[in-house]
Design a protein around this ligand. Structure first.
Ligand code: HEM
Length: 418
């Protein structure tokens, strides 16, 4: 075993420099070995960096997606903050809800819930949303003055995915600010390598509020179903495909969260990368149809989701290292996407690269159900920005990253066009 914990190797720190630019650390980790133990990740976890290993962990049933049990309670300071029955009950409700979201289910349970949700993400349905996404994008861009400059994250990357997922779930736009705040609390918790008790409490509060919000919508939606995802899930629940004990609400909260944070960061990281690679920007100006390939390379080059987790379901040996049942495994998607064995010259951003095998949407049974939707949003937004402001440039020399290791994105992206 290659062991940072025992001091046999110098561990590259997951510090502020890492949050700014994780790629040098990934290179060091890859060079140190394929299977590494880190004490400073979720109170202890194996870290995988190679493309083939990350893919294996995502596809192989020996790696379970049920990884939330125990995780929450082991956060330092949580025991001390759990005084009283209400606090205990709140944490249990949080864990139960969290753990019944599709992304944390295995096998038959996972297939059952995924099937219930599939129609809402079918490519033919997603295609029908293009006009709506174009309209929402136009609405946001029309309100901006590029000469004066604007923050692309606040004005476009944050609200657009929120409006799109709001539309799909059939929720009111007036509630948008609340969704974004709840979703931000969940992101800070889910995306932390070492979540704190405060982050846990904020995530717990926000998840429970999100769920209460959806719960209040259900009676009307039952009486008068629409074509939205909540109505679909209610029909699945009535048909016995979704369990009645909160499973539906857990999926709604997961969708609200997944639909916000990830696409926001694809739009933000995407525009930032294009503006810092003027030759790519110029090429796309001349050939806008190169955008769909460019978006795939943007995903590979700076993935909005930098890692995901699994728990070892049965003892197994990987590259000579024994991984025991119950151990946590962190599959570093961001590192796999820069694996030189899979992508020649991996640190070069090349919009003509066929980067189809990037792992930014995961792989295997849990591969992102919203991938088509976010590709659509990125294609529409980046084309629209390019067409409207071909001379767009960064207004700040130094990027401000959000500081969330797992959900890499910019806190601000000031831009202007003369
Ligand atoms: C650029 C945008 C996105 C990225 C990079 C992304 C990334 C991912 C990744 C890596 C996974 C796999 C997680 C794992 O295996 O542990 C995943 C799953 C998932 N994503 Fe996305 N996602 C994006 C957008 C979206 C959107 C827009 C939605 C919904 C509206 C969504 C909903 C989901 C759901 C429900 C799952 C769980 C699928 C399952 O467990 O079967 N994602 N996503």
């Amino acid at each position: 075993m290659r062991d940072f914990a025992s001091g046999t190797l110098d561990a590259p720190p997951f510090d502020a420099a890492f949050l700014h630019d994780p790629y040098p650390v990934y290179r060091q980790l890859r060079a140190a070995g394929p299977v590494l133990w880190r004490d400073d990740v979720f109170q202890g976890a194996w870290v995988l960096t190679r493309h083939e290993d990350v893919e294996l962990a995502l596809r192989d049933a020996r790696f379970s997606s049920q990884r939330t049990g125990g995780w929450v309670k082991r956060i330092p300071g949580v025991d001390a903050s759990l005084q009283g029955r209400r606090a205990q009950a709140g944490l249990e409700a949080f864990q139960r809800l969290f753990g019944s979201a599709m992304v944390f289910l295995d096998g038959a349970d996972h297939q059952r819930v995924r099937k219930a949700m599939a129609a809402g993400f079918h490519p033919t349905f997603v295609k029908t949303l293009r006009l709506e996404v174009e309209r929402l994008t136009g609405e946001l861009l029309d309100g901006l003055d590029a000469r004066a400059g604007f923050d692309f994250i606040a004005e476009v990357a944050r609200p657009l995915p929120s409006r799109v997922i709001g539309l799909m779930l059939g929720v009111d736009r007036k509630d948008e600010a609340r969704f974004m705040a709840w979703s931000d609390d969940l992101a800070a918790f889910i995306g932390a390598l070492q979540p704190t008790a405060d982050q846990l409490r904020a995530a717990q509060r926000s998840l429970l509020q999100m769920v209460r919000y959806f719960d209040a919508l259900l009676p009307a939606r039952r009486r008068q179903p629409g074509t939205d995802l909540v109505s679909r899930l209610l029909q699945a629940e009535a048909a016995g495909e979704i369990k009645a004990d909160g499973e539906l609400l857990a999926q709604c909260a997961m969708l609200l969260f997944a639909g916000h944070e990830t696409t926001r960061n694809l739009l933000g990281n995407g525009l930032y990368t294009l503006l810092t690679h003027p030759e790519a920007w110029a090429r796309l100006r001349a050939d806008e149809d190169g955008m769909s390939l460019a978006v795939r390379e943007l995903l590979r080059y700076d993935s909005p989701v930098q890692y995901t987790g699994r728990r070892v379901a049965a003892d197994l040996t990987l590259h000579g290292t024994l991984l025991r049942r119950g151990d946590l495994v962190i599959a570093l998607i961001g590192a796999a996407n820069r694996d030189p064995d899979r992508f020649p010259d991996p640190d070069t951003f090349d919009i003509t690269r066929r980067a189809g095998s990037h792992l930014s949407f995961g792989s295997g049974p849990h591969v992102c159900i919203g991938a088509g939707l976010s590709l659509l949003e990125a294609d529409v937004v980046l084309r629209a920005v390019l067409r409207r402001w071909p001379g767009l440039a960064l207004a700040d020399a130094v990027p401000r990253w959000n500081g969330i290791a797992g959900l890499r994105g910019l806190a601000r992206l000031p831009v202007s066009a003369s």
